[in-house]
Design a protein around this ligand. Structure first.
Ligand code: 2BA
Length: 109
């Protein structure tokens, strides 16, 4: 068993969840916040058999699109020298950030 953890943009979640349900993947959706932009995103947990991982990643990559986003909240400087980041900062977010983790044991009790 593998656990696929996918951080996706909120805009893509409904379409992605619909496709996962149609393809009979079981998913858990968590509200999350990106550490850099400090804006909402969504984290999906999907437990799958190892042979399904590639198909799942291709579904995620078909749906999740890259977008340009602007960082408007300044990051607090660290240390006495601080870090200078000119604002606003434009970054490209996504499609999706995907982690695949081995699961030792999967039980439903
Ligand atoms: P955020 O942390 O809000 O990052 C949003 C986007 O900002 C990132 O898009 C990337 O383009 C940029 N970015 C992130 N950290 C940066 C930094 N230190 N300096 C400059 N630019 C930076 P993505 O890479 O597509 O990431 C989208 C979201 O996926 C992230 O939102 C975060 O929630 C998650 N994520 C990405 N990499 C991760 C990792 N290694 N571990 C855990 N979560 C991750």
């Amino acid at each position: 068993m593998k656990l696929v953890i996918a951080v996706v943009q909120d805009e893509d979640v409904n379409e992605l969840m619909g496709k996962l349900v149609r393809k009979k993947y079981s998913a858990t959706k968590l509200a999350s916040t990106g550490g850099f932009l400090r804006e909402g995103n969504t984290t999906l947990f999907v437990g799958v058999e190892p042979e399904k991982v590639d198909d799942l990643i291709s579904v995620i990559s078909d749906v999740c699109k890259s977008r340009s986003q602007t960082l408007t909240t300044p990051i607090p400087p660290t240390g006495s020298a601080g870090v200078f980041i000119p604002y606003p900062v434009e970054v490209t977010v996504g499609g999706a950030t995907v982690f695949v983790v081995d699961i030792d044991r999967f039980v439903k009790v």
